[in-house]
Design a protein around this ligand. Sequence first.
Ligand code: SAH
Length: 213
Amino acid sequence: MKDTFKHKGLRQKLVEVVQSKGITDAKVLEAIGKVPRHLFMDSGFLDHAYQDKAFPIAAGQTISQPYTVAFQTELLQIKKDSKILEIGTGSGYQCAILCEMGAKVYSIERQLELFKLTSKFLPKIGYRPKKLIFGDGYKGLPDEAPFDGIIVTAGAPFVPKPLMSQLAIGGRLVIPVGDKVQIMTLFIRKGTKEFEKHEFGEFRFVPLLEDKN
Ligand code: SAH
């Protein structure tokens, strides 16, 4: 679990790459510069940890590309103590970025193996989300709602209704919508029934899967 000067240097280069692609939020860039991404990856990929690319993790899933993580995080507009729900914990990298920015993070993962691995790993490197949940993200987390922000880190074939209804007024849902290719979509809740919708470019995610049960 080493984080060396070499890693820090590579991370600073990654920050510059992400910035050159259009990320401007200083807090997001700072978090990318702090979270040791190489520790979230299988050892075989260590050399690639600070390239701006997605990579395989356990259980056939992927750790998202840093630019994508930064883009989604920027859209959330996190403040200290914002209450954020993440769907798709995966490696925990996105979760760590949110924790680093001072958010209170709840994160749901449907694969037991990943849920167990990441639940053990995050506190080991000093990140303490409020709650990691093994379950189905399509349902959100009604017991802890409302959330200031909800971020979906898998490609959703449609926008799950529970996620919309679990947003606080003024809250933001960031969700890639589509089957093979996804359009990054931001919903801002303006009132009980009013949502503002913004669409951004195309992204590619592993699919948000429906519950097996
Ligand atoms: N945020 C992660 C990205 C992981 S990839 C990271 O930073 O590494 C997307 C994750 O979503 C996978 O781990 C996958 O198992 C999970 N997932 C897919 N469908 C889901 C669902 N219905 N509920 C919760 N998690 C889901």
